[in-house]
Ligand binder design. Structure first.
Ligand code: KG4
Ligand code: ZN
Length: 344
């Protein structure tokens, strides 16, 4: 059909996301997060996430169907994230999607989580069609990836990604070092209010001339995390107080600087005047501010989907499948499984 009714299932990390779209129209987007259960561990625990998906799945599907005002039997297709992500968590979504597609006798589409983040942009209310090519920067607790998108359904190239921690993970770990609760991103944002972003020059990972050849578009945040730990330990050893606002602002600036610099360098080098941002870390106000200001100076237009579509959700997975269906893509066979390292 021209505007397929698609139910999308997302379980790659700690959000059980069920979304329903008709073509590019968002009908419902139910998200059950197990974030609270991970808080006392300071990060997502895969086993806990998988179990939470199992418990949340059925009610989330029922809620999404009710909110969309459809009958489950009316869907034209079922879509699911098959990777990348946490293996056990992915398996729950893939199992549920297969069961649903078989029982409804509807086609099943296995899709890539990162490409799904890009498809989220199609669901924004005022959205004009996504123009190609575009560079996409996806930053969350689970990934930090830079992609060149020539066509959402057929030509997405991974330029680079983090070689260690994801950007959101760096926020979470540094928050822990500073004695702040999980999730660390919003906490560091709050702590940074009034701080001087240039107070401490923390390292920008993989930004040296010698990194250009092998890691031009890759990111690294574990050295930054260690630098913050060393800096605060040294202060404490000298019996001095930690200037929280300055440390938080300087750390955040190092993350934001390297993300925006590499994204805009990728735009320049590939002759692409468009940048799409996605992932939960986009909630960071400083990141949006710096990205918008520097992009404008570089003649690059920035697109940022609404935040509830930037964090992990099922609607973006349904939206991607809807595009694939309309481009004539054949459904997946039931032979596929969860693939924690699925390439784009
Ligand atoms: O996309 P997302 O909701 O899901 C996962 O990746 O699981 O992203 C969550 C991540 C967490 O690491 C959190 O600390 C980070 O996004 N985050 C932020 C902010 N809000 C959430 N990072 C920086 N600044 C924020 N304001
Ligand atoms: Zn994600």
């Amino acid at each position: 059909p021209a505007e397929p009714l698609v139910l999308g299932i997302e379980t790659s990390c700690d959000e059980t996301g069920i979304g329903i779209v008709r073509g590019r129209t968002l009908l419902s987007n139910t998200i059950a997060s197990s974030m609270d259960e991970h808080a006392r561990f300071g990060g997502v625990v895969p086993e806990v996430a998988a179990r939470a998906h199992l418990e949340a799945m059925q009610p989330a599907i029922e809620q999404a169907v009710a909110e969309a005002g459809i009958r489950l039997a009316d869907v034209d297709a079922v879509a699911v994230t098959s990777g990348p992500g946490l293996a056990g968590a992915l398996m729950v979504g893939v199992g549920a999607a297969k069961a649903l597609a078989v029982s409804l006798e509807k086609p099943l589409y296995a899709v890539n989580h990162l490409v799904g983040h890009i498809a989220a942009d199609l669901l924004a209310d005022d959205s004009e069609p996504l123009e190609y090519p575009t560079v996409a920067l996806l930053v969350s607790g689970g990934h930090t990836s830079l992609l060149l998108v020539r066509d959402l359904t057929s030509d997405v190239e991974l330029l680079g990604e983090t070689v260690d921690d994801a950007a959101g993970e760096a926020f979470d770990k540094v928050a822990r070092i500073l004695g702040l609760p999980y999730p660390g991103g919003p906490e560091i944002d709050r702590a940074a209010v009034g701080g001087d972003p240039d107070a401490i020059r923390f390292p920008r990972g993989l930004s040296r001339a010698s990194d250009r050849e092998k890691h031009r578009w890759d990111f690294s945040f574990s050295g930054l995390k260690t630098a913050v730990a060393r800096w605060t330990e040294q202060r404490e050893a000298e019996g001095e107080a930690i200037p929280m606002a300055d440390v938080a602002a300087s750390f955040r600036e190092a993350v934001v600087d390297v993300l925006v610099t590499k994204a805009l360098d990728a735009c320049a080098e590939h002759g692409v005047p468009r940048l799409l941002l996605g992932g939960g870390v986009i909630a960071n106000r400083r990141l949006r501010e710096v990205a918008l200001a520097r992009a404008e100076a570089a003649g690059v237009t920035v697109r940022i989907p609404p935040l509830r579509l930037c964090t992990d959700n099922g609607a973006m997975i349904a939206a991607l499948a809807s595009e694939l269906i309309q481009s004539g893509r054949r459904p997946s066979t039931l032979a596929f499984g969860a693939d924690s390292t699925l390439p784009v």
